[in-house]
Design a protein around this ligand. Structure first.
Ligand code: FAD
Length: 470
């Protein structure tokens, strides 16, 4: 008999949730983690640290007060690196403790060390100074996550050139920052430093910002980021970089087209590579693809049916939220309880302002030939929006033109990543305009915008919102 029903490699959100789900089914579970701390990218270098830094930047810059009191760009006080990182370090510690306790509570054995396959049912765990362990299991879940991709152009050994992990070890705040890569991570950090009053230039070869967003919201975000102080150089690539030996001299980056930009620090956010090297996948016949990603089927089985892979190691969308959901589906499948993935996955982008979406974009509906009607509500016409001073946010709902079922929800503004969930639940349950009209919302709340946007769509349909609904 195998030592465990399930061995999980990696303790990020995918590994933690996968292990906990299996334990809830009464299975014997081990989690192998190579780092001395649990939690992976989400707890230690990615999601939580960056969101905590964002809150800190908003606080230190007095950003939220600007809309209330009309103060434009004055910093509440000069931010130092230790101001910026103090809370990030505390939040990380608390989250690691939470994960440790969660795994303990579920009776999951945590084995520290680097895991690799010896054969299709055995994971070898190596840790310096400790004897090797061989863990056998009926099923294995690969949840090894990803690491920042480091394009060879950049001299990462230099303390002024960072990837997103190294940014958390900043020695001093930049006087002028170049962010290379306008994906989610690049945009979020660009906003954060701009909110602190630091001049930021964002460079990306793609001409549009976050192309998976609704076009209108991608454009709105771009406008807001520019207003915050981010200089956009979209449609350009960095051709060369010169980092002088003396810290006092600027770093020079030459863009396609020949412009030379000078900054004192650079953040390279050029995507991520899956953590699959050193996993011994050749021993089981699994071949990683581009940037090390593993290919899986709809139930997250790899080419070897009892070996599953979830989270960043399988690539897009590479979010903590989806990693946890994928882990749930994989583990239930492994133990004979087939479950489908949540039918709609939300996106939360913690730029300043936040943007969030679930369901379809207008572009996708047009491409599919689905008739739709748009309903909008501005934060400015919402009482709570007025109170919190968020004058430029927007909620946009896309309804099916005939059935009035909700097809998509897009929010830009304060609390967008929370607000989207009302729409998300409506999407998952197949609800639409009627639900929003007949629901009594707290007043004053941002959530009321769902009602306003619904009436707006109804008005758009027949010139008047009255007597439209059955
Ligand atoms: P990870 O969290 O990367 O965990 C993998 C774990 O496996 C690590 O602990 C690693 O040490 C371990 N491991 C790897 N190889 C081995 C091995 N051979 N043996 C033992 N252990 C091993 N997502 C969101 O949903 N919302 C956000 O706001 C968000 N913001 C982000 C901001 C930044 C700056 C970054 C970088 C990411 C952000 N993400 C966000 C993405 C999110 O962090 C990842 O999608 C998520 O952490 C992936 O979870 P995972 O469990 O697949 O992998």
């Amino acid at each position: 008999m195998a030592d465990f029903d399930l061995v999980v490699i990696g303790s990020g959100p995918a590994g933690e949730q996968g292990a906990a789900h299996a334990a809830r089914l009464g299975k014997r579970v081990a989690v192998v983690e190579r780092e001395p701390v649990l939690g992976g990218t989400a707890a230690n270098t990615g999601t939580l640290p960056s969101k905590t830094l964002r809150e800190t930047a908003l606080y230190l810059s007095g950003y939220r007060a600007r809309g209330l009191f009309g103060i434009e760009t004055t910093l509440r006080r000069e931010a130092t690196v230790s101001d910026l990182l103090y809370r990030e370090r505390r939040v990380k510690v608390v989250e690691r403790e939470r994960i440790t306790m969660n795994l303990e509570r579920h009776g999951v054995e945590v084995v520290q060390g680097h895991g690799s396959f010896l054969d299709a049912h055995t994971v070898l765990v190596r840790r310096e100074g400790h004897p090797e362990r061989r863990l056998t299991a009926g099923s294995i879940l690969i949840a090894t996550g990803s690491s920042p991709y480091r394009p060879p152009l950049y001299p990462f050994g230099d303390p002024r050139v960072h990837d997103s992990d190294e940014l958390l070890e900043l020695a001093e705040l930049p006087r002028a920052l170049m962010v290379v890569g306008a994906g989610v991570i690049g945009c979020e950090y660009a906003c954060m430093f701009a909110a602190l009053g630091i001049p930021v230039t964002l460079v990306d070869v793609k001409p549009e910002l976050l192309s998976f967003l609704d076009d209108e919201f991608s454009g709105l975000l771009r406008e807001r980021m520019v207003a915050l102080g981010v200089t956009m150089r979209l449609g350009y690539s960095v051709e060369s970089i010169h980092v002088p030996e003396k810290n006092a001299e600027p770093i020079r980056l030459t863009l396609s087209g020949g412009d030379v930009l000078e900054v004192d620090q650079v953040l390279v956010a050029s995507g991520r590579s899956a953590n699959t090297s050193g996993l011994g996948l050749e021993a089981v016949g699994i071949k990683p693809g581009q940037r090390g990603h593993l290919e899986v089927g709809p139930t997250y089985q790899t080419a070897v049916p009892h070996i599953y892979a979830v989270g960043d190691v399988i690539g897009f969308p590479a979010l903590a939220s989806t990693a946890m959901e994928q882990a749930r589906v994989a583990v239930l499948h492994a133990f004979g309880k087939a479950q489908a993935l949540a039918p709609v996955l939300p996106y939360g982008i913690y730029t300043i302002p936040e943007v969030s979406m679930a369901g379809e974009t207008e572009k996708a509906l047009i491409a599919k030939g689905v008739p739709y009607v748009v309903g909008r509500a501005g934060y400015i016409t919402n009482a709570r929006g007025q109170i919190i001073g968020e004058g430029r946010g927007q909620l946009k709902l896309l309804f099916h033109r005939e059935s009035l079922k909700l097809l998509g929800v897009h929010v830009l503004g304060e609390q967008a990543s929370e607000l989207v969930h009302i729409g998300l639940v409506a999407l998952v349950s197949g609800a639409g305009a009627q639900l929003f009209v007949e629901t009594c919302f707290n007043y004053p709340t941002l959530s009321e915008m769902y009602k306003t946007a619904t009436y707006n769509a109804l008005q758009e349909l027949n010139g008047s919102s009255s007597n439209f609904l059955p």
